[in-house]
Design a binder for this molecule. Sequence first.
Ligand code: SAH
Ligand code: SF4
Ligand code: F3S
Length: 468
Amino acid sequence: MKLPDYKEARKRTNSTVEKEIYELDSSISNIGAGKKYYIKTYGCQMNEHDTENIKAMLEQLGFAEVDDYINADLVLLNTCSIRENAHNKAFGMLGRLKHLKEEKRELIVGLCGCMAQEEKVVDEIMHKYKWVNFVFGTHNIHRLPYILNESFNSMKQEIEVYSKEGNIVEGMPVKRASKYKAYVNIMYGCDKFCTYCIVPYTRGKQRSREKDDIIEEVLKLKEEGYQEVTLLGQNVNAYGKDFSYNYNLENLLEDVSKTNIPRVRFMTSHPWDFTDGMIEVIKKYPNIMPAIHLPVQSGSSKILKLMGRKYTKEEYIELFDKLKTIPNVSISTDIIVGFPNESDEDFKETLDLVNYCKYDNAFTFIFSPRVGTPAAKLEDKITLEEKEQRLYLLNETVNKYFLENNKKLVGQKVKVLTEGTSEKEGMLFGYTETNKLINFVGTDDLIGKIIDIEVTDAKTWSLDGKVC
Ligand code: SAH
Ligand code: SF4
Ligand code: F3S
């Protein structure tokens, strides 16, 4: 048994990160034969991509996927710790699984992802959820076949969570959710330690993946017909900072662009590390999409300081203005309201900033204290009611600009990667270069292709269009 330990997780050492190649021991390669699995994923793109690896590993073992957990022999929850409601959802699902397990004793239930890295969660699983068969963390996903094998062979609860990040594992199999766009990890972990955030504890030290491995993956995807890659990391702008040689996101963007994969995206960008060189590269290469996610979190420099974001409102605006020089760029953001002791004046500064930036998209949240982070220890006099009121006002403001920006596109021709049939009957959907969802009438042969669409109507969260 290996349990998570926050003290370990918080440590940052200079130890070098090695590369390891994933291998499956042939003696266990059919432990899932004839069995069905269901996996539920919470959280960010990183988790979605981990799920793509987990699915492929399970299928190597002989498991087949089902889309309803009721029919599964193995249910796995890939969890997220970012806010309390992500926790509650996972625990709610565990409640449903407990009932299922009472009827179906042979059901195997596992929990992985960021919640598995939390001391408190694992403690709760060990004491109150003894029927959960196994738990593993974000640093040892590649160990799943072995953990599962142990779990099949023993009647005990298996818990294997490493607090210290391990090697970078290459060569893990992957079952991608899309045939046209793919996630490509470029780095793992985060060293920014924003005071409210759990990620540096659940994902460990910042480690960049080697350039050659990234390029090889992109080239393979291109060969397989993929139209788009999204380079993933918690803070991609810090890519390469842990290398002993000089190679950074600016260089990587340029090299990925030169593979000639039609579309390159990257996320998430921390404003702190955004360089002028990166902006130049984005401008220079047309296959780097002009869509930047630039979380601001707050418009008050006082709150930004308390959050440990390392930039002021003015510095953020300076960067924002530079990014706006990228032709047709769309900029989206994340904002937290109700950080401990955020005053009315602080909140007003956030609204003022939104009124200045007029974001194309924004994800807005109420501050959620995470055990173990510095911000969770701050005394907070603001009531939940006030926080909810702020979130409401903020949402009203950001939504206004989504619609306003979308309306400017009506009558214009945009390039769209068609992804599939829309929820709207008889229509297809896709995304513009600026990452806007667009619905249009078209035939199935357009799916997977980049086509020209004329925007005919604008809504707050989507566009309508017609094939040109
Ligand atoms: N690495 C990314 C963010 C990852 S988490 C970055 O630094 O921009 C995604 C978003 O969740 C954050 O941008 C933040 O807005 C929000 N978030 C993180 N921790 C939170 C917390 N404790 N309470 C509320 N929102 C939080
Ligand atoms: Fe969390 Fe900050 Fe790292 Fe983003 S940069 S993952 S908000 S600590
Ligand atoms: Fe959640 Fe972990 Fe992602 S906490 S947001 S799943 S890195």
